[in-house]
Design a protein around this ligand. Structure first.
Ligand code: SME
Length: 178
């Protein structure tokens, strides 16, 4: 835990243990899901909130699975995101950490991206990454990808938080595609 000793205040750092912080953020996310006008609105507000509140989440974005044009292999297409623009706006399922998470339907956590041959670089500053698939009606329809400038930034409580986010978005997309 960080103890603030500055007389001028410590607004820019988080003195809270990470589990407490992610529980607070979970409560805010649940409210966001209730207030959102659409799944797209929820995704936009969610990436903003995670980027602002979780200090090690330096790039936060959705990739959504697209089947178009018919007959072509499906692609992950960049959706709502916060952080610097990425060169990877379309990712085939056989490429990247993103492709691995979507094609296997499982969460992928990479503590050191420099050691993972699947990694597609988005920023030289990125050290670790988590990608969580989003399911609707039992099928992967996209994913939530988060990069950190810190090695091994994604612990169990981060994984639980990001999986919770993906669950909220999945439910919202299920509602809109009934
Ligand atoms: N690093 C990802 C590509 C997306 S950028 O991080 C935003 C990957 O390896 O699939």
């Amino acid at each position: 835990m960080y103890l603030c000793t500055s007389a001028s205040g410590c607004d820019n750092i988080s003195p809270m243990p990470s589990a407490t912080k992610s529980n607070d953020v979970k409560t805010e996310l649940a409210q966001l899901a209730k207030d959102a006008k659409s799944a797209q609105d929820l995704m936009q507000r969610m990436v903003k909130l995670l980027h602002q509140r979780m200090l090690k989440y330096n790039w936060v974005g959705f990739y959504m699975l697209e089947q178009e044009p018919p007959g072509q292999p499906p692609m992950l297409v960049l959706g709502a995101f916060e952080g610097a623009m990425t060169p990877h706006t379309r990712i085939p399922l056989h490429q990247g950490i993103c492709g691995a998470a979507a094609s296997t339907g499982t969460t992928v956590v990479v503590d050191d991206v420099s050691l993972d041959p699947r990694y597609l670089a988005c920023s030289l500053e990125t050290k670790s990454e988590i990608v969580v698939p989003v399911f609707a009606h039992g099928k992967v329809i996209g994913e939530l990808d988060i990069d950190s400038h810190f090695p091994a930034a994604f612990k169990d409580d981060d994984r639980a938080l990001v999986e919770y986010c993906a669950g909220l978005v999945g439910k919202s997309l299920e509602k809109s595609s009934k």
